[in-house]
Every structure is written in structure tokens, then in C-alpha cells.
Design a protein around this ligand. Structure first.
Ligand code: HAM
Length: 443
């Protein structure tokens, strides 16, 4: 590589063609699960008024304080500071309000996929530009929506073939019961203030809940016997959480209670959850994060509206797929190459091209004057399965030669039988991933 060649910015990456089968598998599987559960896709801008994030995610969170890419405006919007979206939930709620979705039939079920941006220290599974797939159910406060959020994440990961996963869950209460708990928590830490890390010392005043998930070893030791929110839940929050867990039990989704799970975004109320690979004890690569956020719609200017959702990092899912030796199926490329010789054959070829593509068969057809050998070589290079060869004689007799390019064998058919014959030969598996031993490995 030349010395002064431009490089991708730190924490970003190119997703090259060889990687794309994994991305397609994740996108297609998630889309199938969401559409099948009655969700609709939404796409929102990659940048928004930064206040949405400051208000929604919380002004004292790491995401807002340290990780947001803010943009300088050069135009009519000068008074507004924009930020590249660090996550999707706040933007989706902004869209819910802006587009009058509160008057749609409730709940509104939305899913999204796309790039998010956080100025974090890049390391394994942590990027500055990364991709999330997520969903939000806005307008339903019942535990069945908490279940649906957890279940749909679980279902996507399962259909992708991922194993050895576990859901960690907790309830962090509501504005009625949480303040009393926070007072207890502050009291608990008040004697050990000097021993806490600098971040926790700040958080003790601004966001005491976050002390529970500090990664500093000493803070973790100090918090070992800290009071837990589950013991301080009000009867409504207790009942809500109990019912959510009953759903998980009923549907056989493996979970562990984690009383220290609080999540890094301030909008959460009641149920919070993460899905993690069981051996990732330090939770360095949490795959899915989500929970209920009953106050966010109101916080961003709407009516009091309950909501719940999750998102997962697509890089982390793909990395785990590779670790677990899951092979993503290659997408359908060129299936048929039309090889033609002579003017009459060129004419017939176009009709054959139209008939094949109408039947959802992928066809490469560029009328050329190349030799038969040359055209077959091109077909092999494009990894086509078959060549449909039409010479002068075949064109006149309404026939084609079907050449299997892997087997290097060929047969003559009446042109009218071509589609049925190809359909018979090309019945392909509709799933996005397949067991490693059955397919050639990609990447
Ligand atoms: P989050 O926990 O901040 O939650 O992110 C969700 C997932 O995004 C993480 O579990 C991880 O897989 C992935 N992720 C986060 N940061 C990075 C990064 N720097 N590099 C690679 N992957 C990353 C949210 O974003 C919430 N909006 C989830 C939610 C939706 N809650 C309710 N609805």
C-alpha cells in the first residue's frame, strides 16, 4: 500500500463484498422476524437536533457527555446544534410525535436498521460508526410488550443459529418507587465516597444508579452489598416484572435476574434487559440492549405514553456468528448466462432473457460477438450455474443447449421447456444461514 494512501477514520470500517453475506443474513432474518410479528420499518435521519439526545438519553450519560459527534451548521439552522445519532430510540420517538403517530392505532410497532455513531475508544466490538438493528413498541404498557421485545431479539439470534446465549434482566422501577431506592443507594455509598473512582463520585450526585454497573474493580467490590432495586419496587412495578418473567418462563427463554443491570441510558423505567453470550462474563460484548421507557414520549413533548424496545449491534452479532462457525449463505448471484452466436440467436436471446427474469431467475446477458469459448469463460468467471447456449441452428429450431457449468455436461431442450427444467434444477434453500459442513466457508 502506498505510504500516503487515505485510510478509513479510526473506529470505522469498510464492509467488503466477502463480508456481505453475513450482513444480508442478519438484515434479512431480522426483517422477516419483525414483519412476521406485525412491525413496520422506519428510517429516520442520521443526524438530529442534539437536544433530543441530551433530553432523552440524559445529559449526564457517557453517550451524551463524551461520545456524541456534534455537527457545525453552516446554514439557516445555525441556532440548532445537530448530532450524529448515537442510537435510534430518541429519534424514533421524535418521529412518532412529529408524524402524529399517537393518533394511529396503538401500539405503534416499528423497526429500524442503520449506522449509529459514538466517539468511543475503538476496541474489539466497539466502533465509532457501527450498525444497529432495533425495534420500538410505542403505546402499550403491558408486560406482553416487554415479552415481545425480548422474544423477538431472542428469535432473530436463534434463527441466525447463535447458541449459548442468556438474557439478563432487572427492573429499575418507576418515578414512584425509584427515588426512595436512590436515597438508600446514596446512603449506602456515603461512607465510602473517597474510595470510589472519580466517575462514580460524580455519578453519586448526578446519576447514582450507574454506580451499580461501574467496571472499576474497586467500585465493584464496594458495591457488592449495595441495596438492590428489586427489593424496593412498588406493587405495580413488582407485578409488571413478575408477569414479564412468567412470559419468559412460559416461552422457555433462558434468563437470569441481574439486580445490578441498570443500562447506560437514562430513559429506562421498569424492565431492562441485555442478551449476552454466556461466556462473556465481563459483558465486554453485550449483543442486545433494551428495556421499557415509559417517560420518553412525554419528555420529548408528547402525552404520557408507555413504550419498550431493544437494539443489537450488527457487528457483534456477526462476530459471534463467525466465532460459532455459522456460515452465511452466499446471496444469489448470476444463475444463468445466455451465450449466443449469430444474429438470429441474439434476437431469440432477448425473449429468453425476459422469460427467465420474469420467473425470478438471475440472468447475465450481454449480446456480444465474442466466441463461444470466450462467452463460456465469462460465464464461469461470473460463477453462473448454467449457460443457455443458442446458436444459429438452435434459434431456427426453437431449441436451446443447457450447459451445466460445474459438471461440464450439456443437453438440448425445446426452448419452451427451459423454465420448467431450470426450476426443477435450481430449487434453492430459502434460509439465510446454513450449517457449516454443508457449504463452502465464506471470509
Ligand atoms: P445500547 O445498549 O446503547 O442501547 O446499544 C445497543 C447495542 O448496540 C449494544 O448492546 C451493542 O451490541 C451495540 N453497540 C453499542 N455501542 C456500540 C459500539 N460503539 N460499537 C459496536 N456496537 C455497539 C441502545 O442503543 C438503545 N437505543 C436500545 C433500546 C432500544 N432501548 C430501547 N429501545
Amino acid at each position: 500500500m502506498a505510504k500516503d494512501m487515505y485510510q478509513t477514520p479510526r473506529g470505522t470500517k469498510d464492509i467488503l463484498p466477502s463480508e456481505q453475506p453475513y450482513w444480508m443474513a442478519v438484515r434479512n432474518t431480522a426483517e422477516k422476524v419483525f414483519l412476521g410479528l406485525g412491525f413496520s420499518r422506519i428510517d429516520i435521519p442520521h443526524f438530529e437536533n442534539s437536544e433530543i439526545y441530551a433530553k432523552g438519553i440524559g445529559g449526564t450519560t457517557d453517550i451524551v457527555q463524551k461520545e456524541m459527534f456534534t455537527l457545525q451548521s453552516h446554514s439557516e439552522d445555525e441556532a440548532i446544534t445537530f448530532a450524529l445519532r448515537p442510537e435510534g430510540t430518541a429519534g424514533v420517538v421524535r418521529s412518532y410525535l412529529q408524524n402524529g403517530m399517537a393518533s394511529w392505532s396503538q401500539p405503534v410497532r416499528l423497526f429500524y436498521m442503520g449506522a449509529m455513531f459514538r466517539h468511543e475508544r475503538p476496541q474489539k466490538g466497539r466502533f465509532r460508526e457501527f450498525y444497529q438493528t432495533g425495534m420500538e413498541i410505542i403505546g402499550d404498557g403491558s408486560p406482553k410488550s416487554d415479552y415481545l421485545a425480548i422474544m423477538s431479539a431472542w428469535e432473530i439470534l436463534n434463527r441466525l443459529g447463535l447458541k449459548n446465549l442468556i438474557v439478563y434482566t432487572n427492573s429499575i422501577g418507576c418515578p414512584k418507587c425509584r427515588p426512595k431506592y436512590l436515597a438508600k443507594l446514596k446512603k449506602f455509598y456515603s461512607d465510602s465516597k473517597k474510595e470510589l473512582c472519580a466517575d462514580c463520585n460524580n455519578r453519586l450526585e448526578t446519576n447514582p444508579l450507574r454506580l451499580l454497573d461501574c467496571k472499576n474493580e474497586n467500585c465493584q467490590k464496594l458495591g457488592k452489598d449495595a441495596p438492590v432495586m428489586l427489593d424496593s419496587l412498588c406493587p405495580e412495578c413488582k407485578e409488571h416484572f413478575q408477569q414479564t418473567l412468567e412470559y419468559l418462563d412460559y416461552f422457555n427463554i433462558k434468563y437470569d435476574l441481574d439486580p445490578k443491570l441498570v443500562r447506560g441510558l437514562d430513559y429506562y423505567t421498569q424492565t431492562v434487559f441485555e442478551i449476552v453470550e454466556k461466556d462473556d462474563k465481563g459483558r465486554q460484548s453485550t449483543i442486545v440492549g433494551g428495556g421499557r421507557y415509559n417517560g420518553l414520549v412525554e419528555l420529548l413533548g408528547g402525552m404520557k405514553t408507555p413504550a419498550v424496545g431493544f437494539s443489537f449491534g450488527m457487528e457483534r452479532v456477526i462476530s459471534l456468528m463467525k466465532e460459532q462457525k455459522i456460515v452465511a449463505k452466499k446471496p444469489r448471484g448470476v444463475e444463468i448466462c445466455i451465450v449466443q452466436l449469430g444474429d438470429k440467436a441474439k434476437e431469440v436471446s432477448k425473449a429468453i432473457y425476459d422469460a427467465l427474469t420474469k420467473n425470478d431467475i438471475n440472468v447475465y446477458f450481454v449480446p456480444s460477438n465474442d466466441s463461444l469459448r470466450q462467452q463460456i469463460k465469462t460465464a464461469v468467471k461470473l460463477e453462473a450455474k448454467y449457460a443457455v447456449i443458442i446458436g444459429q441452428q438452435e434459434a431456427v429450431k426453437d431449441e436451446i443447449i443447457l450447459r451445466d457449468l460445474d459438471a461440464s455436461s450439456q443437453e438440448v431442450f425445446p426452448a419452451k421447456d427451459l423454465i420448467e427444467e431450470l426450476k426443477k434444477r435450481m430449487l434453492s434453500c430459502p434460509c439465510a444461514v446454513e450449517p457449516a459442513e454443508e457449504d463452502e466457508k465464506i471470509a
